[in-house]
Design a protein around this ligand. Structure first.
Ligand SMILES: O=C1O[C@H](COP(=O)(O)O)[C@@H](O)[C@H](O)[C@H]1O
Length: 234
């Protein structure tokens, strides 16, 4: 039993995706109405596919929405593991094809060399970010803030927008938004699916140690509201 006031459980992934997509769309449109543009940060991995599909059909002024990623694997955008590929195929379709996508991967061969250029690209995003959608790995990583990586302490503390990360337990060098950037947002959603992720969340809630499970740094702060959307089955 999850004891978290912001925990929103759903019976199906479809119901979750429909509900969350409508909520995010309303938040993005409200930002557009008040400042002319909106920013949406999404995650990669396997969880967000249905949500992307529902979001892509929402009737908002997508041409005013900047979309970027919470993290990227440093592979070509056509690679099977590319988060950008996922976003292009599942989110930037239908109505959302009008959105302005700002990818994290650039032409540098090594992620460490590409960070500065990505920082420059991200500097033009409307801030604070309007909506940030995060995932969580079974090791408690979020974005690419991995507990196994030497760069975790930097990712949790740096004032910079993003950093290069080299996980030892997952493939590819990564580029991740820093904790500071993720929290410089009006709303964060942690999007989870399945009993396995619920069990990991239970473990997350048992301690404050973000070096052990980095998602704790997002959940144990008071600057930015975080809602946890979890669905039981597909
Ligand atoms: O590697 C990554 O993993 C997390 C979680 O992915 P999931 O497959 O368990 O949904 C994801 O949020 C992140 O963006 C991705 O690069």
């Amino acid at each position: 039993m999850i004891k978290l006031s912001v925990f929103k459980p759903f019976d199906t992934a479809q119901h979750l995706a429909q509900t969350l997509a409508a909520k995010i769309a309303a938040q993005l449109q409200s930002a557009i109405d008040s400042r002319g543009s909106a920013s949406l940060v999404v995650s990669g991995g396997s969880t967000p596919l249905l949500l992307f599909s529902e979001l892509s059909r929402q009737a908002i002024d997508w041409q005013e929405v900047f979309v970027t990623l919470a993290d990227e694997r440093w592979v070509d955008p056509e690679h099977a593991d590319s988060n950008e590929r996922l976003v292009r195929e599942h989110l930037l379709t239908n109505r959302a094809s009008a959105a302005k996508f700002r990818g994290l991967k650039n032409s540098y061969a090594q992620v460490d060399d590409g960070v500065l250029m990505t920082e420059e690209v991200l500097s033009n995003l409307p801030r604070p970010l309007d909506v940030v959608i995060l995932g969580m790995g079974n090791d408690g990583h979020t974005a690419s803030l991995f507990p196994c990586s030497e760069q975790l302490a930097l990712g949790l503390a740096t004032p910079k927008t993003c950093l290069a990360v080299h996980p030892t337990t997952a493939p590819h060098g990564r580029l991740s938004l820093s904790l500071k950037t993720l929290l410089d947002s009006k709303q964060i959603y942690l999007h989870l699916h399945g009993e396995g992720k619920k069990a990991v969340l239970e473990q997350v809630l048992q301690s404050d140690d973000a070096t052990e499970m980095p998602i704790r740094a997002v959940l144990n702060q008071r600057k930015t509201p975080v809602d946890v959307y979890w669905s039981q089955a597909s």
